[in-house]
Design a binder for this molecule. Structure first.
Ligand code: PLP
Length: 412
């Protein structure tokens, strides 16, 4: 009989027994520096005492109420706290459990509010695996192969990828915006286009920050044509990039913002935020889900936001992210197989390329595995899996960054 397994493929052989701060421990009590943070989720580190306390207290008080039936205090308090950090005007929130569900909710809202159908997404973008969110995802074949047909009405257009196109960032932005304009003429007219959905840093697609001029260019076009701008902050939100939201680097205002992952330090919680006038276009019953806005997850999110503020984790992400990139650039300078080091805050990728510039997935995979053997947990991403990414908890210290860089240098 085949061995029972809860996973199709596991990136490392680690069997995690417990977590503390930036470290994971296996059943033999071997320690790992966790630069994956559960794919960008454990923002305050593993089992932060304040998050643990808040969740434990809530478990003994009220686990689940379902906020479309009965409201509860943790969700009201969380909404108030999020109001302090959300862009001005995005004053209505709606909660679900995962990034994909929030993406689905944003698309439903955009279609309801505009009466238009098309959604513009970017080549290399990732928005999840449910049928709607998967339809907006184009980072590689792995999400969609053998699954179609997908949701109709999705149009893909290029994201500025300077390194891959061997161009300057300004040229990459000009090219992507020109393609966008062309798409509005030839593929999806503004009259049919409900929304643009964009990640401030292309995440699963290879850790490519969106140049600010690209995001401002999209904002201008959205305003000109009455198209909604959905900013997917599932991976970039809550301090990850060294600003509270990834789009803060460009100074733009989203029409709909999506947050998940780092919001609740490991508890499943996601939300969309939009102005009241937009959210009121969604009729009751058209949005929702049994577990959305769970009381324990909301209490954990509230504690997470307190820790992010009190421990100055946004500032720490900027500081340690710069230190990490500097260290990784030194490693890359000695190993030409790493063609590019890039990122924003604590979201950093190392792209492996052959001498003629082709993706070098094999060496990236070997380096990733070698790092795990040395006690440094990392992830890969990019359409070819040739980008090794580092996404540690936001509490990471300078010493831990230096330890990770030293282990990475050995692994490479
Ligand atoms: N959007 C972005 C930008 C993501 O990075 C992800 C997951 O990695 C998702 C959406 C989907 O989130 P989830 O896996 O929680 O459904």
């Amino acid at each position: 009989m085949a061995e029972l397994s809860p996973v199709l493929k596991q990136a490392t052989p680690v069997l995690a027994a417990r977590g503390e701060g930036v470290y994971l421990y296996d059943e033999q009590d071997r320690r790992y520096l966790d630069f994956t943070a559960g794919i960008g989720v454990t923002s305050t580190g593993h089992c932060h005492p304040r998050v643990v306390e808040a969740a434990q207290h809530q478990v003994g008080t009220l686990i689940h109420g379902q906020y479309t039936t009965v409201m509860h205090r943790p969700l009201l308090r969380l909404t108030e706290r999020l109001g302090e950090v959300l862009p001005a005007g995005l004053d209505r929130l709606f909660y679900v459990n995962s990034g994909s569900e929030a993406v689905e909710a944003s698309v439903r809202l955009a279609r309801q509010a505009t009466g238009r159908q098309s959604i513009v997404a970017f080549q290399g973008g990732f928005h999840g695996r449910t049928m709607g969110a998967g339809s907006l995802t184009s980072s590689g074949v792995k999400v969609r192969a053998g699954i179609g047909p997908m949701m109709p009405g999705v149009v893909f257009t290029p994201f500025p990828e300077a390194y891959r196109h061997r161009s300057s960032e300004a040229e990459a932005v000009r090219f992507a915006l020109a393609e966008f304009d062309q798409m509005l003429v030839t593929v999806s007219s503004p009259r049919d286009t409900a929304a643009i959905i964009v990640e401030p840093v292309l995440g699963e697609g290879g850790y490519i920050p969106a140049p600010p001029e690209f995001l401002t260019g999209l904002r201008e076009r959205a305003d000109r044509h009455g198209i909604l701008l959905i900013v997917d902050e599932v991976q970039t939100g809550v301090g990850r990039t060294g600003r509270f939201w990834g789009h803060d680097h460009a100074g733009i205002r989203p029409d709909i913002l999506i947050t998940a992952k780092g919001l609740a330090s490991g508890f499943p919680l996601s939300a969309i935020a939009a102005p009241e006038e937009l959210m009121s276009k969604a009729w009751p019953g058209s949005q929702g889900g049994t577990y959305g806005g769970n009381a324990v997850a909301a209490a954990a999110a509230l504690a997470t936001l307190d820790v992010v503020r009190d421990e100055r984790l946004v500032e720490n992400a900027a500081e340690q992210g710069a230190r990490l990139q500097e260290g990784l650039r030194k490693v890359a300078a000695e190993h030409p197989v790493i063609g590019d080091v890039r990122g924003l805050g604590l979201m950093v990728g190392n792209e492996f390329s052959t001498s003629d510039g082709a993706p070098d997935t094999e060496t990236a995979t070997r380096a990733h595995q070698a790092a795990a053997k040395r006690g440094l947990l990392l992830l890969t991403c990019g359409p070819y899996g040739n980008v090794v990414r580092m996404i540690p908890p936001l509490i990471v210290t300078a010493e831990q960054v230096d330890d990770a860089v030293a282990l990475w240098a050995e692994a490479v």
